[in-house]
Design a protein around this ligand. Structure first.
Ligand SMILES: Nc1ncnc2c1ncn2[C@@H]1O[C@H](COP(=O)(O)OP(=O)(O)OP(=O)(O)O)[C@@H](O)[C@H]1O
Ligand SMILES: Nc1nc2c(c(=O)[nH]1)N=C(CO)CN2
Ligand SMILES: [Mg+2]
Length: 251
């Protein structure tokens, strides 16, 4: 999505949640300075090589996450037998922990660093690229952890151009995975654990007592935007977007 298309959507979201635009900008420049000083970013060209014309499995932290990881595992076995891996895995923040529990290291993690940081650092050590997202409410996390990661891509949600940072549109970590995959030419985007709705998991909210619980009001509202933005991408993007259940039906 172009920045000029994103701006009115951004304005509406900021207004709706009462988030502070100046803090978003401040956070973006802090991340930009970190990358300028540490040079811990990777070239964007490498993302095109990784994603173009591939099937991209995007994992969110909804109630179907574990079930969908099991389906992915059977697909991975099939692909290994065929010897031509033509897919990649992008995980949205909290979903990374669930993938690691099944010994799957995502190719890319999209995170505002408020998920399970141990899982993000372990995956990063094992080869995941981390798309680190700066916004007004994660400034301390950006300052503390962005310099310690390697192979990152900086990301922001402000409609201004910021050195070293991308903004391809999208709001929550999950829908930004999809805008990222679309930008780099994914053939298909296959949604896993992307349930939206009113229930969430301990992978998204680690303090929950049960594995799945009713989400709080702000989370439900964020999920509504995530769903709307992915619907926008289904209508306006070039990548085909489908749910993993449809893939199973195909086979
Ligand atoms: N029911 C769901 N519960 C949680 N995440 C979901 C669900 N359905 C889809 N998702 C996607 O999975 C992603 C998981 O990310 P996670 O909840 O860890 O971080 P987040 O986007 O930073 O959210 P928050 O700001 O609420 O912490 C979400 O961004 C969302 O797009
Ligand atoms: N300012 C601000 N921006 C965000 C926030 C948030 O809590 N505050 N959460 C997001 C992920 O869901 C994405 N963007
Ligand atoms: Mg997050």
């Amino acid at each position: 999505m172009e920045l000029k298309e994103w701006k009115p959507i951004y304005d509406k979201i900021m207004d709706d949640f009462g988030f502070n635009k100046e803090n978003d900008l401040k956070s973006a420049f802090i991340l930009s300075d970190i990358i300028n000083n540490t040079k811990n970013n990777i070239p964007l060209d490498s993302m095109e090589e990784l994603i173009k014309n591939k099937d991209v499995y995007v994992f969110g932290a909804g109630p179907s996450l574990k079930k969908h990881i099991k389906i992915l595992k059977s697909i991975i076995e099939d692909e290994n037998n065929k010897n031509d891996k033509n897919f990649i895995i992008i995980s949205a923040d909290g979903a990374t922990k669930a993938l690691l529990e099944e010994d799957i290291v995502p190719d890319i993690i999209v995170s505002d660093l408020d998920g399970d940081l141990n899982a993000i650092f372990e995956s990063n050590e094992r080869g995941s690229v981390v798309v680190v997202h700066a916004h007004g409410d994660n400034i301390a996390l950006i300052k503390n952890y962005a310099p310690k990661l390697k192979n990152i891509i900086g990301s922001s949600q402000v409609p201004e151009e910021i050195p070293y940072l991308i903004n391809y549109g999208g709001f929550t970590d999950g829908d930004r995975c999809c805008f990222f995959a679309e930008h780099f030419g994914a053939k298909r985007i296959i949604l896993c654990g992307m349930d939206f709705g009113e229930y969430t998991t301990k992978y998204s909210r680690p303090y929950l007592k049960n594995d799945i619980e009713k989400a709080d009001g702000v989370k439900i509202k964020k999920l509504k935007y995530a769903e709307k933005l992915i619907n926008w991408l289904m209508e306006n993007g070039n990548s085909e977007i489908l749910f993993i259940n449809n893939i199973i039906d195909e086979k």
